[in-house]
Design a protein around this ligand. Structure first.
Ligand SMILES: [Fe+2]
Ligand SMILES: [Fe+2]
Length: 453
């Protein structure tokens, strides 16, 4: 056994765990995966310059890296330990001569849940990865605890959230007090994904469903709130609570007549008063839900109270409202103004950000509007753009460096023919291609929605 310095061991475990997680969460070409492997590759190369071999594994149920044991693993390290155990792997040895490509290939194999024990060893051999050896547990018969890797697939998670919210709202409509368990499950998963990478669900939060407005809006506001909360520095636990409040902020609308909710044109003052009741109704419903704390109910009550506290409910203006209200208000406003409604046409993402700025300081918290604008990037997610290749693309993820080079989905070729399926282009990596203009989706036959899922 070699004597590795604690920070070196810690970093190796952290990077390997992060790489495994990124492979489970994203497609291989995703910038999060590429970046993670770049860091892992260079760290392993550096270690193998100093040592002939470095081992990571499980001993008595505890993750180790050479002479260091990880008794208090992070969530990602715990996942790595569980993965090794589930695959019947006792230790993995990285040896001198290992290339970054081999390392990447190995991690991909490790994440394939069907490759247990000998099958994994055989695949590693077949892939020609000579500088990694896999040592199996004595019996090779460890129980398989592997969970569905789909669990962290963004699209699957979004659809599940939509189902959960739809079911929950329909329970409320029937006059029942719904359980919050399923919602908490999906919110917690989303919070984990957002902590890992706050842009991961942003593209999905731009999905608009005119026929399912309230449900879709609720899910989008939940995601946008959590993403903004992460950008504003909230911790993991708070993010889950904020997400719950975001998903539930408009649950009180189940008590407002559909004719008022869908009325084209302006509401009469009576109708407006009725509509305004949804904050208090929502807070009451949420307050009765088991397992949902006071902070969530308070955020629901105050989601229209405005930053200057001149909003509604008027009777609640003197109450103390925390940051949750201000975060949800930004997310709520953005989703509402970018969505086609019975009475309003939507703003494109860029104009919507300008609109948010015009409301900063009065309706909305200026600092949060700034953080939201930075999070969405120079070309906000959901924007239709033309590239200098004359291809048309939908912005899918902001530029990780905050610049003008987002990840896009190319949806039309240079001749204007729609592509099916669309393909991803990471402009941060394909530096020869750039965005030349924003395209108005209404002037094309392109349904942006289709490409966000
Ligand atoms: Fe509302
Ligand atoms: Fe809302």
């Amino acid at each position: 056994m070699i004597k590795l310095a604690q920070p070196q061991a810690q970093r190796l475990v952290l990077l390997l765990a992060g790489a495994v997680r990124s492979v489970l969460l994203y497609p291989g070409s995703h910038p999060a995966v590429v970046q993670q492997f770049a860091h892992l590759g260079s760290h392993v190369t550096e270690l193998l310059r100093a040592y002939p071999e470095v081992r990571i594994g499980i001993i008595d149920g505890v993750l180790f890296c050479e002479n260091h044991l990880f008794f208090t693993p992070t969530a990602a390290e715990e996942e790595l330990a569980a993965l090794l155990t589930n695959r019947h792997v006792e230790a993995v040895a990285f040896r001198a001569g290992l290339t970054p490509l081999e390392l990447e290939r190995f991690v991909e194999l490790l994440t394939r849940r069907e490759l247990l024990g000998e099958q994994l060893v055989a695949e590693v051999k077949r892939a020609g990865i000579a500088a990694i050896s896999v040592e199996l547990c004595g019996s090779g018969a460890t129980e398989d605890h592997s969970q569905g890797d789909d669990e962290y697939d963004p699209g699957t998670t979004y659809r599940e959230a939509l189902d959960v919210v739809t079911g929950l709202f329909s329970e409320v409509e029937k006059g029942r007090i719904p359980s919050s368990d399923k919602l908490r499950g999906v919110v917690d998963r989303m919070a984990t994904m957002i902590m890992q990478d706050r842009a991961t669900l942003l593209g999905l939060a731009m999905i608009k469903d005119y026929d399912n407005y309230t449900f879709c809006h609720s899910v989008n506001v939940g995601i946008l709130s959590m993403s903004l909360g992460a950008a504003a520095g909230l911790q993991r636990d708070e993010l889950g609570e904020l997400g719950m409040a975001g998903f539930l902020h408009d649950v009180g609308k189940t008590r407002v007549e559909i004719t008022i909710l869908n009325k084209p044109g302006r509401l009469s003052s009576d109708e407006y008063e009725r509509m305004k009741m949804h904050s208090e109704e929502g807070a009451r419903i949420v307050g009765e839900m088991p397992g949902v704390g006071e902070r969530i109910a308070r955020a629901v009550l105050g989601h229209h109270i405005r930053f200057d506290r001149a909003g509604y409910p008027e009777s609640a203006r003197a109450l103390a409202f925390d940051r949750f209200c201000d975060i949800i208000a930004v997310a709520d406003c953005y989703d509402a103004i970018t969505t086609l409604r019975v009475y309003k046409s939507p703003l494109n993402p860029k104009d919507a950000l300008l609109k948010l700025r015009s409301l900063a300081g009065s309706h909305l918290d200026s600092g949060l509007v700034q953080a939201f604008t930075e999070m969405m990037g120079r070309y906000p997610v959901g924007t239709l753009v033309r590239l200098d290749t004359n291809e048309v693309a939908v912005v899918f993820r902001p530029d990780p460096n905050g610049g003008e080079r987002p990840v896009v989905k190319v949806v039309a070729d240079p001749a204007g023919r729609l592509l099916d399926p669309a393909h991803m282009k990471n402009l941060a990596r394909e530096t020869g291609t750039r965005i030349v203009s924003v395209v108005d989706p209404l002037m094309t036959a392109i349904d942006v929605n289709r490409y966000l899922g």
